[in-house]
Ligand binder design. Structure first.
Ligand SMILES: [Fe+2]
Length: 421
């Protein structure tokens, strides 16, 4: 008898779920080789249930607590495996799936999409998205990194709905793992990490479960994805000690050094919002946030042989030479001193055991576009564009790193290759 009552209660809870409407998502968070968090929102509180399947075997995950913001962990998955899934239903559809990350240690080739300064509801935002949809047809990105200013104007929950979820849901959010970083607009111009809805909407893998050193902070974390170590930092957060990333010290920087020192993967990409070098809509010579990043952080990236630092904030595309020791203003750049690279052809670098300089990319035109400050283009830039939006596709295999900047009109605007033996 007891069993029957329990069963009815359970069924009543699920029945309510069937009447509810999904009003956000589903979207995928903290994807690792063996797990994923599936997030979605319903218009009324319901139980959470996901059906998922691989190779015809259907599994189910249920949480009977009634909520509107649902987070369900699917665990014990197999690496590099595609699971179709569905909320509270077995009616699977082809474009609702998760592909788990490659097994740790795998050098499997991966494709990563980096997007910055996008959620403004503009025609350019949609054109950039369409350009990536078209460009990656048949070879979809495996992971998606966000460079901040994800939802204008103040990172409010309703701004995320209108300018992020309503735009990317169908094409990307239901099947592409996001590893985000926040910008000044996501923080509403503040520096208090308890403020941004960003931290409620997203779940970052901050306990080392996606690889890398545990940070225990959702502001900054790292992910081992195939042959690339991805490090997400937060340029906006002020620590209780008063320190920020741009100060070059504090908890975030201590963690970064530990994380980079522990890394064994062949490629390191560090990403965050405010760039150390830009002359687009923001000027790193005079804006203190960026000037301090240049003066206090670039030597750390060099010391740990970071391959690429990619940021947003400035609504342009800028790509630097591989550089070391350029901590001064734009005018002090001296190619004979600061470029550290062996180039075998234009935009094609080969690096030995001592590495090369760090390449800095600004890709802040995923929605917002334009701007230039005195001195644009920078002396340290190989290529710049402030007239059309775009975003970055990185194809990374064990010995080869290829970055492409795809414009919103579909044209390949810039490209370089690094080969490392
Ligand atoms: Fe910004």
């Amino acid at each position: 008898m007891k069993k029957i009552v329990f069963f009815c209660l359970l069924q009543a809870s699920i029945c309510l779920g069937q009447n509810a409407q999904v009003i956000r998502g589903p979207y995928l968070q903290s994807v690792t080789p063996t797990s994923v968090l599936v997030h979605w929102r319903t218009n009324v509180p319901t139980a959470s249930r996901v059906f998922y399947q691989a190779k015809g075997k259907v599994l189910e995950k249920l949480d009977t607590n009634r909520v509107t913001d649902h987070v369900l962990a699917l665990n014990q998955l197999k690496p590099s495996t595609r699971y179709t899934y569905q909320i509270d239903s077995k009616s699977f559809v082809a474009d609702r799936y998760v592909v788990t990350a490659p097994a740790f240690g795998s050098a499997q080739k991966v494709r990563i999409w980096a997007l910055g300064d996008f959620g403004d509801g503009s025609a350019s935002q949609k054109a950039v998205m369409k350009s990536i949809e078209a460009y990656t047809q048949g070879n979809r990105p495996d992971a998606w990194i966000w460079l901040g200013d994800n939802a204008y104007n103040n990172g409010k929950d309703e701004e995320y709905q209108k300018n992020v979820f309503d735009v990317y849901q169908q094409s990307f959010l239901q099947n592409l793992p996001i590893y985000p970083s926040p910008g000044n607009h996501d923080y509403g111009g503040k520096h208090d990490p308890s403020f941004p809805p960003y931290f409620k909407i997203f779940n970052m893998p901050s306990e080392g479960q996606a690889g890398g050193v545990s940070s225990l902070s959702e502001s900054f974390y790292s992910v081992n994805y195939g042959p690339v170590h991805l490090v997400a930092l937060d340029t906006e957060m002020r620590e209780s000690s008063g320190m920020m990333l741009k100060d070059g010290k504090g908890e975030q920087v201590d963690w970064l050094k530990k994380d980079l020192a522990a890394n064994k993967l062949p490629w390191v990409v560090v990403y965050f919002h405010k760039p150390p070098y830009s002359k687009g809509s923001h000027d790193s010579d005079i804006e203190l946030d960026m000037k301090s990043m240049r003066e206090n952080m670039t030597s750390i990236f060099e010391e740990y042989k970071v391959d690429l630092v990619i940021a947003g904030h400035s609504h342009v595309y800028e790509r630097s030479f591989p550089m070391r020791g350029h901590a001064g203003v734009n005018e002090t750049f001296d190619a004979s001193k600061h470029v550290v690279a062996q180039s075998i052809a234009p935009n094609q670098y080969v690096v030995g055991p001592n590495g090369q300089g760090v390449i800095y990319v600004v890709s802040g035109s995923g929605g917002k576009v334009g701007g230039q400050r005195p001195g644009y283009p920078m002396k340290s830039s190989v290529y710049t564009n402030n007239t059309i939006g775009g975003s970055v596709i990185m194809d990374v295999s064990k010995h080869r790193f290829n970055l492409k900047w795809i414009q919103s009109d579909g044209v390949l605007g810039d490209e370089f290759v690094i080969e490392k033996k």
